[in-house]
Design a binder for this molecule. Structure first.
Ligand SMILES: O=P(O)(O)OC[C@H]1O[C@H](OP(=O)(O)OP(=O)(O)O)[C@H](O)[C@@H]1O
Ligand code: HPA
Length: 195
């Protein structure tokens, strides 16, 4: 697959995962540069305030690791695990908490860190859930958002990229638990999910 031999300035061997990928939407370099801009904005807007990043497992691991390392102001981190997708490509709409926060967020400034907002169902549910715990504020940062897929309106404070309504993998995002480790965001070839 010729188009996968060079990604940004780096050669990524076997990046096509044996022909599973169709195209690359965002390179590792593009993601890195955009997260640096978001981190600078977060530094500016939270300076002098308490900041608790809440990463949403498992997809947000890459975003959390990269975004948090670019933020210069003091912060704390905690994690929640929620799931609404199971092993398919469509949200079930039913969000389950698989792991709750270890931190009491009452009076805290919470910034939810996500990999993607697709239908918006997960984040809309999660925001209300966290708001019911009495925090000072709850905001959202996400690497990706699909505006055309929105089923609920949701205010997102920090968005890396708006992308088309296609199922994507890489940079934390999986299909049946695979492809999360890819450093870029791409789409899958139809044969992978039976197209
Ligand atoms: O806007 P939505 O349509 O609700 O989709 C977004 C959610 O879907 C993914 O999580 P998933 O449930 O697949 O769990 P994962 O993070 O463990 O992959 C993603 O990490 C978001 O949390
Ligand atoms: O496009 C997607 N890819 C992988 N996981 C997801 N969870 C919501 N949308 C997506």
């Amino acid at each position: 697959m010729g188009q996968f031999q060079r990604i940004g300035r780096r050669t990524v061997e076997a990046a096509d995962m044996g022909g599973d990928l169709e195209k690359i939407l965002l390179t590792a370099e593009q993601i890195d540069a955009r997260l640096a801009q978001l981190a600078a904005q977060i530094d500016e807007e939270y300076r002098g305030r308490d900041l608790l990043l809440v990463g949403v497992l498992r997809g947000a691991v890459m975003t959390m690791a990269d975004l948090s390392r670019k933020i210069r102001i003091p912060l704390e981190m905690d994690w929640m695990a929620v799931s609404s997708y199971g092993s398919g490509t469509k949200s079930s709409g039913v969000v389950r908490i698989l792991k709750d926060l270890d931190t009491d967020i009452q009076g805290r400034n919470v910034l939810i860190v996500e990999d993607i907002i697709d239908s918006g169902l997960t984040l809309s549910w999660l925001r209300s859930n966290l708001l019911s715990r009495g925090p000072e504020s709850v905001r959202i940062a996400t690497t990706l958002r699909k505006p055309e897929a929105a089923k609920v309106a949701i205010d997102v404070d920090y968005v890396g990229f708006d992308i088309p309504n296609e199922f994507v993998v890489g940079y934390g995002l999986d299909y049946a638990e695979r492809y999360r480790h890819l450093p870029f965001v791409g789409t899958l070839a139809p044969h992978v999910y039976g197209g």
